[in-house]
Design a binder for this molecule. Sequence first.
Ligand SMILES: Nc1ncnc2c1ncn2[C@@H]1O[C@H](COP(=O)(O)OP(=O)(O)OP(=O)(O)O)[C@@H](O)[C@H]1O
Ligand SMILES: [Mg+2]
Length: 440
Amino acid sequence: MALKKANILIVDDDYDMLELVQRQLREENFHSYQAASVVEAIDILKFNAVDLLITDLQMPGIGGMELIKYVEEHFPNVPKLVITGYPSIDGALNSIKSGALDYLVKPFTKEELSKAVENSLPKRSIRTENNSPEIDKPFIYAGIVGKSEKIEQLIDLIERVKNNRATVLIQGESGTGKELVARAIHYKGSFAANPFIAVNCGAIPEELLESELFGYKKGAFTGANDNRQGFFQAAAGGTIFLDEIGTAPLSVQTRLLRVLQEKEVRRIGEQKAQKIEVRVIAATNSDLKQMIKKGTFREDLYYRLNVMQIETPPLRDHKIDIPLLAKNFLKKYATEYAKPGIEITEKAMEILERHNWPGNVRELENVIQRALIMSEKSIDIKQLPDYLKYPTPNFESNSKSLQQVEKEHILKIMASVDNNKTKAAEILQIDRKTLRKKLK
Ligand SMILES: Nc1ncnc2c1ncn2[C@@H]1O[C@H](COP(=O)(O)OP(=O)(O)OP(=O)(O)O)[C@@H](O)[C@H]1O
Ligand SMILES: [Mg+2]
């Protein structure tokens, strides 16, 4: 039965409880992940597709209620099931009892657990076969594929900026869809009939960028044999997309600032400026704030560009979209390579969903494209590159630093009590078993 393929994350600081729940779930063929703390749980959530969260409330350090809030914010589609000790007067429990969350009171029977899990798992998270109609729904907005909250927020922002000429700064890691977003803003907006001019500032030699952008007058410099329009003039009425803005030299930045301030462009070698109506969208994957500190990016320009700010999320923050994206790329290349009817097996999809995607959507697209070329009937594990098959190190430092802090704190307390575990556990307000495990 498809339902049994759901991934369930169990969080409890009590290892016996973890084991018990895990065993019972396994008997029913569910996959499960165990975490003994909220920090570990968040790590698992970030890097794995989780269909249901089962959590204890009272845990040392960060409690279960915090975890629930985190999940609500970052993984709103993940249902939550709470395990509580005896019903206490804890305020959190009231919200649970009011029906906001499902809960199980310890001790519970196998049947009670099984029923609660079944009830909590929504129909949508059931992994069915490859051609699930749910996944075949388009969820596409101007080429942007996704149904996660991150993508919804992105589309919402695009909707808000598309019809005005306010300058937009798009920031995000490489391959996260910055250019896609810039095009969506233009083509969904009210100036879509006017030109969209994309300029990759990093690809044009520095000494040419200025004249390419703003144009020049005959005789302005050696080689300026006639009058030339720049990209700005060409984009009049529409949008100019300044990609990799962080690479623009200071001379160009100064001119750009003037264009944004005065809403007019002056060609090189020309005295008179022309009024110009153009929306500027800039994109970068470099840290402009850092560049400002180093003096390589103008602070005033940054604030002029940053009127509206859009961040494209890294793929690891919306892994829920991986199947949808993968299928879309499959469809795209199936037509291109005349290889219709090839599907991604469930095992292969699991690997895709587990990977951290440092190269983001572009990396995923390349993987699917190559796998399709290699495959005859379906895309299975065999067609995926080796590096996907082994877990990548967790390079996100957020959660790690917390763990680091925890580790240092524990070691400090241990030292202060001459390594007496009982005393240390008392101070840390955790039980000895937990402490032993952590020390390991
Ligand atoms: N949400 C998405 N849905 C569908 N395709 C996407 C999505 N995000 C990115 N892509 C695809 O991934 C590839 C990379 O996207 P894009 O070029 O827009 O990224 P970028 O952020 O500009 O990257 P870079 O910083 O490397 O220039 C493109 O082929 C794009 O169509
Ligand atoms: Mg780009």
